[in-house]
Design a protein around this ligand. Structure first.
Ligand SMILES: CC(C)(COP(=O)(O)OP(=O)(O)OC[C@H]1O[C@@H](n2cnc3c(N)ncnc32)[C@H](O)[C@@H]1OP(=O)(O)O)[C@@H](O)C(=O)NCCC(=O)NCCS
Length: 209
């Protein structure tokens, strides 16, 4: 499987919003309200991504997309300056449900790290994960992320749920990846990576969100 990772363009906003809404629908049942998930989520994500990629992009924002056979298979969104003292924020990481478990999340994380490294020196980054999202927490912990503080988040639909802050030391992850010769060149805008599909040879070791 060939995975191409590149910076998102304004024209990607609609596809990202669709993938994001679908991923929320199948990940956050029982977290967000049914009314929201089955109703407004698609439109709300559409407005969000139009804002992020077209109308008012933040200067510190990095959105990278993973393309497989010309179709959007996943995306990652990073903010460099979200919260002083914590390093960059991994704000979103979603892979299309039919593409999960094939290394795409890993490729996006690696490309995200390369994107950050081209913009500064960061010794760690962080993310917030829904406490009830056990599959994602297992993956992050497998990849070397460590859980920390717990807080209550209020979603766009008004529902409240617990989230956990996870952090990861970037130096450790970079060494681990470099050992396996899979770190992409630190090109700021795009890169092409070989995924961990059936024809991609041995699996990558991991380092998230
Ligand atoms: C979380 C997510 C982005 C991961 O993407 P992915 O493409 O499925 O992940 P990968 O195939 O790259 O796997 C990443 C690593 O996690 C490991 N992993 C996968 N499932 C696992 C599990 N249940 N327990 C532990 N590790 C697991 C993989 O083996 C791999 O590690 P390895 O390279 O050492 O083998 C994806 O599953 C997803 O979109 N989930 C729904 C949305 C979500 O919860 N996003 C996170 C919000 S904070």
């Amino acid at each position: 499987m060939n995975i191409e990772v590149r910076c998102a363009e304004p024209s990607d906003a609609r596809a990202i919003a669709e993938l994001h809404a679908a991923s929320w629908r199948n990940t956050y049942r029982g977290v967000f309200s049914e009314t929201y998930l089955d109703g407004d989520v698609q439109e709300e994500r559409q407005r969000h991504w139009l804002q992020c990629l077209m109308l008012d992009p933040r200067q510190d924002q990095g959105v990278l997309v993973a393309m497989v056979e010309g179709e959007l298979a996943g995306f990652i969104c990073i903010y460099l300056d979200a919260e002083p003292g914590w390093g960059p924020l991994l704000d979103n990481l979603h892979v299309r449900s039919d593409c999960r478990g094939r290394g795409i999340g890993q490729c996006l994380i690696q490309a995200g790290i390369a994107w950050m490294r081209a913009r500064g020196s960061f010794d760690r980054w962080y993310l917030w994960v829904v406490e009830a999202n056990a599959p994602a927490r297992r993956i992050y912990e497998h990849l070397g992320w460590a859980p920390g503080e717990r807080t209550i988040h209020v979603a766009a639909d008004g529902t409240e749920f617990a989230v956990l802050r996870y952090t990861q030391r970037l130096a450790e992850f970079c060494c681990k990846v470099e050992d396996r010769s899979v770190l992409p060149s630190p090109k700021p805008q795009s890169g092409s990576f070989s995924g961990k599909g059936p024809d991609a040879g041995p699996g990558l070791a991991a380092p998230g969100a």
